[in-house]
Design a protein around this ligand. Structure first.
Ligand SMILES: NC(=O)c1ccc[n+]([C@@H]2O[C@H](COP(=O)([O-])OP(=O)(O)OC[C@H]3O[C@@H](n4cnc5c(N)ncnc54)[C@H](OP(=O)(O)O)[C@@H]3O)[C@@H](O)[C@H]2O)c1
Length: 268
């Protein structure tokens, strides 16, 4: 039995705790740290998991999951540095922070695995990409894969690809929400009541997502099946192409990748 401590039980940290409990981990195998006592008490009441200080988490945990905002990492590293040794696996969920930052600031030989998750973790549908730092072994990666499988799917990538992953799946849900928001507005423009427009588009998004995940068909094939000659869809597609939506997505995701690189450089 290993003890897993989540440092920073905000949106992502809480989702992970919840997923680990659903996945069969006992509350006594889990710990979390939070800055505000009220938040800590609320989480303990909800999940039966103990809230502790960062120092205690560092002493008791076999796996330390770091889920604070990247800008809050410095004090956490200062606190962990004298307490964490090579027997503790550090799993960082922080956007843009390289494993080399932890390796530089913590004791020699501490294994670090970097993860880029995303918010669908809240509903057990996260996409998490994991990368090993220089002291993390295949066993460490297997353990992290097992833990994150409780809250969605896991893929291993070289750490050099993590900025691209951040731009694609880390921020990805926001692009889909943005698209859904715009399509609901289109329904309003066409005179539909907001509630009707929302229901039509959200279920269409869920259905399209399920088809992509379950049929294994390429998105082009699925789209062509809805695009009949001289039909309605091709008229819409022509407008999407005319307004450069594909190019806009390419540029947007490239800009997100650049920002992720910038955030990482702030800690070099
Ligand atoms: N949200 C996303 O879409 C997403 C996607 C991929 C990765 N991530 C990564 O996941 C991490 C967490 O993101 P989030 O959205 O869950 O942020 P969040 O909701 O702000 O959660 C961070 C939590 O950590 C707490 N915290 C900060 N410093 C602490 C300390 N020294 N000791 C104990 N607790 C501390 C914060 O408390 P306070 O309330 O006091 O600040 C907050 O509750 C980030 O590094 C982010 O890059 C997020």
């Amino acid at each position: 039995m290993s003890t897993i401590a989540v440092v920073g039980a905000g949106k992502i940290g809480e989702s992970l705790l919840s997923g680990l409990l659903h996945g069969g981990r006992g509350a006594d195998e889990l710990l979390f740290t939070e800055r505000h006592p009220e938040r800590s008490a609320e989480l303990t009441a909800r999940y039966g998991v103990a809230g502790v200080e960062v120092a205690e988490a560092a002493k008791r945990a076999d796996v330390l999951v770091i889920a604070v905002k990247p800008q809050d990492i410095e004090p956490v590293l200062d606190e962990l540095a004298p307490l964490v040794g090579p027997d503790t696996l550090v799993v960082s969920l922080c956007a843009g922070l390289p494993t080399s930052l932890y390796e530089r600031r913590l004791a020699a030989g501490v294994p670090v695995v970097r993860v880029m998750p995303n918010t669908p973790m809240v509903v057990g549908e996260a996409m998490s990409a994991i990368s090993a730092g220089s002291h993390a072994t295949a066993e460490h990666l297997a353990l992290v894969t097992e833990l994150l499988s409780c809250v969605g799917q896991v893929i291993e990538v070289p750490e050099t690809q993590q900025d691209a992953v951040t731009a694609l799946s880390g921020s990805g849900p926001a692009y889909f929400f943005y698209l859904v928001e715009a399509m609901i507005d289109a329904g309003i423009l066409l005179g539909l009541p907001r509630a009707v427009s929302e229901k039509l588009i959200i279920q269409s998004a869920v259905g399209a997502g399920k088809m992509l995940a379950e049929t294994g068909e390429h998105p082009v094939i699925l789209r062509e099946a809805v695009t009949s000659p001289a039909g309605t869809t091709i008229n819409a597609i022509r407008e999407l192409e005319k307004h450069g939506v594909r190019a806009a997505l390419l540029a947007a995701i490239e800009a997100a990748r650049d920002r992720s690189e910038e955030l990482g450089k702030a800690h070099e």
